[in-house]
Write a protein that binds this ligand. Structure first.
Ligand SMILES: [Zn+2]
Length: 306
């Protein structure tokens, strides 16, 4: 496998600035499906990059990033089918996650005011947030899902990302569910998000638990012949948090009252994995320090703007 697609080295940890790393994984690229839509993007097929853990704060990131301008925006420029988006709005497989977040915010917030869901996707969370008494708005990069989410949830959904969005009023709560792992240099995004919040407002973040996902994938690769562990192919997951590094990132971005717990799991309809997922979550949530255990496949964090 040879490739000439250019990369730029990433020398310092995106969370703590540390420069000491240990390699944990090799991520490979296969973007051949973009060969017509975006040949420069497709040229990264066959490349690979080391994913490495900061020895100071435990955050894990790539040793290099594609030099191609707007690499991530170009990769996420997907033209979803209308019926797939509609299904994403109607499907309940993330409802346990969404209701858990709304409960967590309800316990912390003095009142249910304005909420911004960043990465609003097809708008199901916004619909549930409105039902729970929040005045929800969304922010969504994909114009097609943004328009659908607005129609289906009855909420305002802004088109853009945290760097392009400039709200006219502050929010009492901001949610980032399954978003921050897709964002390079997450501290920059968190600092922007902090500025969207009113004083005393709360941020809720859900991400995969990097160490638990790596352990699960390496066990699966060892047990199933021909299975290759995939945790970061095409750098779809570019920022890998542990409970320690997620708390560190929130504190460094200026949040207070930071807590990190095990996040609720996705529960695909009719899947045999529902029961073990629920059992692992309930145990990880109940155990002291459970967010640092391999039972916590996902992390839920909260932080407050002072
Ligand atoms: Zn670090």
């Amino acid at each position: 496998m040879t490739t000439t697609a250019p990369f730029v080295a990433v020398d310092a940890c995106w969370v703590c600035g540390g420069r000491s790393f240990s390699g944990v994984h090799e991520a490979t690229f296969d973007l051949s499906e973009y060969v017509r839509q975006d040949p420069e993007l497709a040229a990264y097929s066959g490349s690979s990059v080391i994913i490495q853990r900061c020895t100071a704060c435990d955050f894990t990131q790539p040793a290099a990033l594609p030099a191609l301008p707007r690499f991530f925006d170009r990769m996420y420029d997907q033209r979803w089918a209308d019926d797939w988006i509609a299904h994403e709005h109607e499907a309940g497989y993330k409802d346990l996650i969404f209701t858990d977040i709304l409960r967590g915010l309800g316990q912390r917030s003095a009142h249910r005011g304005r909420l911004l869901d960043i990465g609003a996707h097809a708008g199901r969370f916004l619909r549930l947030a409105r039902r729970a008494g929040w005045e929800g708005e969304g922010l969504e990069l994909n114009p097609k899902t943004a328009a659908f989410a607005a129609r289906a949830s009855g909420s305002v959904v802004h088109h853009g990302n945290v760097h392009t969005f400039n709200p006219d009023r502050c929010y009492d709560a901001v949610t980032l569910t399954d978003v921050l792992e897709h964002v390079p240099r997450p501290l920059e995004a968190l600092s922007r998000v902090r500025a969207f919040l009113c004083g005393g407002g709360w941020l809720a973040i859900k991400v995969p638990n990097g160490p638990a996902q790596r352990l699960k994938e390496s066990l699966r690769a060892r047990l199933s012949r021909g299975y290759r562990a995939t945790i970061a192919d095409n750098l779809v997951h570019v920022s890998h948090f542990s409970a320690t590094s997620l708390a560190c990132a929130l504190e460094r971005a200026g949040f207070q009252e930071v807590t990190v717990v095990a996040a609720a799991p996705e529960l695909p309809d009719g899947s045999g994995s529902r029961r073990p997922r629920l059992a692992a979550f309930r145990l990880a949530r109940a155990l002291p320090g459970g967010a640092r255990s391999p039972l916590a496949f996902n992390l839920q964090a909260y932080g407050q703007r002072n």
